[in-house]
Design a protein. Structure first.
Length: 466
């Protein structure tokens, strides 16, 4: 059996709390950035959607490069995280600052540039943050436990990142300050909290032995050709294409629902969004908090693939029924939040630990451990999917007549129901085809250990993986 390393409970909780650093910003961005650009900055909806799309795509392209650099011998993923935390927070505040005086072209250039830089710093923090677990432990169940604990803690990040922007800007305006100041203060508070939790995560790992950080650097810089070759090699791993399909399709679905909540409340229900949005977040976070331990337990008893197919199927069916009934009442708004949460709870509990399992697949095939690349490439498709989802919401708003003030509620509703359901169905197909089960992973570990010791080994039963 492969060597297993463990985190102490204190180190595990400190590391897992680091997810709040990225979750606060991620959730405020995906829920409110379109609203900020269309309703505060007053940009046309298609331009607002394009800003988010282009910025996130540029970040997605950078993800695998950052992953490859963090995989170098002598590279310490903790240093990547620490150095990214402060500029990430500063740029997040800049992204939510209303510059006011410029026209649409000037605003478009400013927000595009700032969001691109923010997402780049975000990637420099998150890629090493998630990849480091594959260096810490090779145990299937411990990886599930770490990611499950992290996903449970993430409920606090999801709640704060969604609920605070729903009420704080309005509260600050009520005190006599401008809307501009309300958004700056909200982004500033979340940024400060993010930096704090990022530092806690780094400090919690300071006594943990990391394979790549301990290895001696050969002093050579990775060439672009070498990095690109590593990407191609990882993409050729048999299970990888199905894993990517699952990630890509689900993130389109979840980002559409998340970005559309405010418009759903205003246009489909005809209500003020602030207080209703807080209840939506309570339903969302409460469901995630309740279901994450259930997902983790099922994934431990059975495996992560089975748990994912089960919960995503429930989410998909719920959204289809929601479209049939129609989102015209508050209970149906909360209904959408619940079934979104069913899928989200499952995805974030198992996503990264499923990626970690591909590290051993790649090691068997290539003879190298490339935790950073294998964590970063799915993030490329994750962010690509999220960007497409946000852009699609902007497109649907445009088609609904939102910019002219004559929005069609029925069209806007589709961004929270039937369109995401279709993409979840595609994600489920990817999971059905994904061949890495718990049983096969354990067999792979045994075979890999024998290969590394120079012993004879038998790969029968692993044909779909290798």
């Amino acid at each position: 059996m492969a060597r297993v390393k463990s985190l102490s409970t204190k180190s595990k909780m400190g590391y897992c709390s680091g997810i709040i650093a990225e979750s606060l910003m991620y959730n405020m961005f995906f829920t409110y950035y379109l609203v900020f650009l269309t309703d505060v900055v007053k940009l046309p909806s298609i331009l607002a959607g394009t800003i988010s799309f282009v910025a996130i795509i540029c970040d997605a392209v950078a993800d695998p490069i950052i992953g490859a650099l963090s995989d170098k011998d002598g590279a310490d993923k903790r240093k990547f995280m620490f150095r990214a935390a402060f500029p990430m927070g500063i740029l997040f505040v800049a992204a939510f600052t209303d510059i006011g005086v410029f026209g649409d072209v000037g605003k478009f250039i400013y927000y595009l540039a700032v969001t691109m830089l923010f997402w780049l710093c975000y990637a420099v923090y998150t890629i090493p943050y998630y990849a480091v677990v594959a260096e810490i432990t090779t145990d299937y169940d411990e990886r599930t436990d770490i990611r499950g604990t992290s996903a449970l803690i993430n409920a606090a990040g999801i709640f704060t990142g969604n609920a605070l922007p729903a009420v704080l800007p309005a509260a600050i305006i009520g005190l006599g300050f401008s809307a501009r100041m309300g958004w700056i203060a909200t982004a500033g508070l979340l940024s400060a909290l993010s930096i704090l939790f990022a530092v806690i995560a780094v400090l919690s790992l300071r006594h943990v032995t990391l394979q790549k950080a301990e290895a001696l650097s050969d002093g050579k810089h990775k060439k672009a050709k070498d990095i690109f070759t590593a990407f191609i090699q990882v993409l050729k791993i048999k299970p990888f294409k199905w894993f990517v399909l699952f990630v890509f399709a689900f993130l389109i679905a979840s980002s559409m629902i998340q970005a559309n909540f405010m418009y759903l409340i205003k246009e489909c229900l005809g209500m003020d969004a602030e207080d209703k949005m807080v209840i939506v977040i309570v339903v969302l976070v409460g469901t995630i908090a309740l279901l994450t331990p259930v997902v983790t337990k099922i994934a431990t008893i059975k495996d992560r693939r089975f748990a994912s197919i089960l919960f995503l199927s429930i989410s998909m069916v719920g959204l289809i029924i929601g479209k049939i009934i129609g989102i015209t009442t508050l209970p149906m708004l909360f209904y959408v939040a619940f079934f979104m949460a069913v899928g989200v709870a499952c995805f974030w509990a198992v996503f990264y630990s499923m990626a970690y399992d591909l590290v051993e697949v790649d090691e068997f095939v290539s003879g190298e451990r490339r935790e950073g690349v294998i964590t970063a490439l799915p993030q490329f498709f994750q962010k690509f999917g999220s960007a497409i989802g946000m852009w699609m919401v902007g497109l649907v708003l445009k088609l609904s007549g939102y910019d002219s003030g004559n929005a069609s509620a029925g069209i806007i509703e589709n961004s929270s129901t039937i369109i995401p359901a279709v993409f979840i169905a595609i994600a489920i197909f990817g999971l059905v085809m994904f061949p890495v089960t718990k049983e096969r992973f354990h067999k792979l570990q045994d075979v890999l250990a024998k290969k590394n010791r120079g012993e004879d080994y038998d790969t029968s039963g692993l044909e779909r993986i290798l």
